[in-house]
Design a protein around this ligand. Structure first.
Ligand SMILES: [Zn+2]
Length: 303
């Protein structure tokens, strides 16, 4: 057993599992098994207003019906609030996190510099203290004024200049919710994750998580960002683009489709095989090197 490898799949319960999330689950699962490693499931149910009742249970039931076997209990982020608060407090005490009074409109009025993944790069208005008479709405993390780079196993070298490309980013939002970047970094460390295999839609947020890991003194995991499935219009397959939920009765066919999407030479006949047979094929023939080294692949319609 390779005790050094521990991977994870981290769905958000904002709707049922769809093909796009299946690709990430299959890629992370098979990479973990190929390393004789462990594979954990973490439910990212912290973004409470977007959660759909019953979605988390539905996702776990689908994963089970599709033959995924995870190690240990599921980690629920909604039960980890104390750990996130503790990490935020550490950053505040160290002077790395600071209160920000800016509204969205004030930021829009004070800068035109776009952030790398949409919105605007925070111009640092509250960096050296809150403007007189204002109160902190959110907490932001001070970022470095230098390039941050990492070597992705699929995408190669990825570099960002956090101050220019993102700006000091939010750790705790005005509505009191902890930001994705913080909870992901805290939980990956808590779970001892060595390898993160996930969709390339999250590639732009990885330098922020690495920065957080450094600020909190956490080890940096290895990353592999898989191509994401997109439709003919170039939009990522998601709940927003109305990706259909995965049907339990077509598990084998969908798994084969996910394997083929990841460059694996899974034969079409496997689509009608029992799920266990698909997994037996996949675990024996999985080739990481065959995964397309691109961030997005247009999905051709098939059943
Ligand atoms: Zn501010």
């Amino acid at each position: 057993m390779n005790k050094c490898y521990r991977g994870r799949f981290a769905p958000s319960p904002t709707g049922p599992l769809h093909f796009g999330s299946l690709v990430a689950a299959v890629g992370s699962y098979l990479d973990a098994r190929a390393h004789a490693g462990e594979w954990l499931v973490r439910m990212e149910d912290i973004d409470t207003p977007r959660n759909v009742p019953g979605a988390a249970e539905g996702i776990l039931a689908t994963l089970e019906a599709y033959g995924f076997e995870w190690d240990g209990p599921v980690l629920w982020q909604s039960q980890r609030l104390a750990a996130y608060a503790e990490a935020l407090a550490r950053l505040q005490v160290a002077g790395l996190a600071y209160g920000c009074a800016c509204s969205r409109k004030e930021i829009a009025d004070s800068t035109t510099r776009p952030a790398i993944d949409g919105g605007l790069a925070y111009p640092g208005t509250c960096r050296s203290g809150l403007p007189a008479g204002r109160q902190a709405r959110a907490w932001r993390l001070r970022v470095g004024n230098e390039e941050l780079a990492f070597e992705d196993r699929l995408q190669g070298r990825v570099a960002q200049h956090l101050e220019q490309d993102v700006g000091d980013f939010v750790l705790c939002r005005a509505d009191g919710l902890f930001a994705y970047q913080l909870v992901a970094a805290v939980d990956d460390h808590f779970l001892g994750i060595s390898d993160i295999v996930r969709g390339a839609d999250l590639l732009a947020s990885t330098p922020r998580q690495i920065w957080l890991q450094r600020c909190l003194g956490f080890a940096e995991p290895r990353y592999a960002h898989l191509p994401v499935a997109s439709n003919a219009a170039g939009e990522k397959l998601s709940k927003q683009t109305l990706a259909p939920p995965l049907a339990v009765e077509s598990a084998a066919a969908e798994l084969v489709r996910a394997l083929q999407f990841l460059g694996q030479a899974a034969p079409d006949e496997l689509r009608r095989a029992p799920v266990a047979e698909v997994w037996a094929w996949a675990r024996e023939r999985w080739r990481f090197a065959a995964i397309p080294r691109v961030t997005s692949v247009v999905l051709t319609t098939s059943g």
